[in-house]
Ligand binder design. Structure first.
Ligand code: 5AD
Length: 438
């Protein structure tokens, strides 16, 4: 979600004729897009701000803006930080550039975090100037906010209740992106499988939207993030995935815990068994489906037995990959009123145990690709590209399969944004390596 918001702001900056630099020390304007989901993310922002405050001493005209969920959460309080000139919540994305220009020209300082339910202008920003974060791939928001009340989660408090966007706006946006060469669309929502939009007598659900988006000419792959584990609409979505070759066989469906006791305390409305049943249904309906998940370790009251159940769930589901987070109490959430009872070393140890278990599974899945040829949508030079740069114009590229496996191979610049076939020769737990064969 933040990658998309960043791409939108970047596009607005370009429209305003503002050039980009990679070095904050050379910038007249620095915009930090923030996340509030864990305290760690906010601490990193504060440390960046400390650094910028230092730079500002020699560049007093420099303007610093903080946008996103942390801006929404802290509002005027952030404006008290000596480095900060502009504070702008996620609903005010269309105002970011104007406020920054005002700050640059008039030295005004401002904070806008009200009115987060207003979405018309946001919709217009997205539809009129769709932003892609790589030449072949773009995120498209289909809904804002979240109606769930997971006890640990700050998102509903900073992004507001669930609002689905009109299918026509989404499709217009995808058409523009497709015309610009985008081939893969990822539909975004905090609980994307809850997408529903009333059109007269009919309700459009995510499964319908997947079909509509995939039928737009130029679009070859459609995926969606993130799914809440619920039976509602689950089958139609899987049916669409099973019958429609453009819908990527990839499901990101966080379990958060394998203990029913902890799931209940988290206010997740399923049991570990129900979750596993859904995974089994997905595997039966969509053979080869890749499953990804999120877990929180050290939720208040999590015992070793609860944790063992989470470990067992990971081993049972055999995720393609998992994101594991140490529980972090967030202000205003229900669980922040419970005692943060699990000591940090225990959280860390559980975190590494889950990651180790997952790494082993990912490694086995990755190795099973060796010798196979996969279709890859090329994103751009790999992180190590300059080290591997060759004189004949070949460079190390990275792309992804339709099940979200990163693939590194040697190719030409012109391949960026295109589909290529890569024969896989080697694998690390989270990346495949191969040779381009077409
Ligand atoms: N502490 C730790 N992890 C959290 N997440 C959400 N809220 C918290 C929190 N308070 C994790 C969940 C979610 C992911 C985006 O972040 O696993 O799926």
């Amino acid at each position: 979600m933040n990658k998309l918001d960043t791409a939108l702001v970047r596009a607005s900056l370009e429209d305003a004729g503002i050039g980009l630099t990679d070095h904050p020390s050379q910038a007249d304007l620095v915009i930090i897009n923030t996340c509030s989901v864990r305290d760690h993310a906010e601490q990193r922002v504060l440390s960046h701000l400390g650094h910028l405050q230092h730079i500002k001493r020699s560049r007093p005209r420099m303007v610093v803006a903080v946008i996103g969920c942390m801006a929404q959460r802290l509002g005027d309080q952030l404006l008290q930080h000596p480095a900060v000139d502009v504070v702008c919540g996620p609903a005010h994305l269309p105002d970011v550039v104007r406020l920054c220009l005002e700050a640059l020209i008039n030295k005004t300082r401002s904070s806008v975090t009200d009115n987060w339910q207003e979405t018309d202008r946001l919709d217009e920003l997205e539809t009129s100037r769709p932003a892609a974060e790589s030449p072949g791939h773009a995120y498209v928001r289909v809904m804002r906010g979240c109606n769930r009340a997971c006890s640990y989660c700050i998102v509903p408090l900073v992004r507001g209740p669930e609002r689905s966007r009109a299918p026509a706006a989404i499709l217009d946006q995808v058409r523009i992106l497709a015309d610009r060469g985008v081939r893969h669309i990822t539909l975004l929502g905090q609980t994307v499988n809850a997408y529903r939009y009333r059109l007269g007598e009919k309700t459009v659900y995510l499964a319908d939207l997947l079909e509509m988006v995939s039928s737009i000419s130029g679009i070859h792959w459609v995926s969606f993030l993130t799914s809440y584990p619920t039976e509602r609409q689950f089958e139609p979505i899987l049916q669409q995935m099973a019958k429609n070759p453009k819908v990527c066989p990839y499901l990101h469906m966080p379990a958060q815990s394998g203990s029913d006791r902890i799931l209940a305390a988290m206010n997740r409305r399923y049991t570990a068994c129900q979750y596993i049943d859904m995974i089994e249904k997905a595997r039966a309906m969509v053979p080869g489906i890749a499953i990804a998940g999120d877990f929180i370790v050290g939720f208040p009251g999590e015992t070793d037995q609860d944790f063992q159940q989470t470990l067992a769930l990971i081993n049972k589901v055999r995720y393609k990959n998992c994101f594991v987070f140490k529980y972090s109490p967030r202000p205003g959430t229900a669980s922040s009123r419970m005692e943060d009872s699990v000591p940090d070393q225990v959280k860390s140890s559980r975190n590494s145990q889950l990651l180790a278990a997952q790494q082993q599974i990912s490694s086995q899945i990755a190795s099973s690709f060796i010798g196979k040829t996969v279709t890859v949508l090329v994103e751009g030079p790999s992180k190590k590209a300059d080290r591997f740069g060759k004189e004949d114009g070949q460079l190390q590229l990275v792309g992804r399969t339709n099940t979200d496996w990163p693939v590194v191979f040697t190719g030409a610049k012109g391949m960026v944004g295109q589909f290529v076939q890569v024969m896989i020769q080697d694998a690390s737990p989270f990346t495949l390596f191969g040779t381009c064969v077409s």
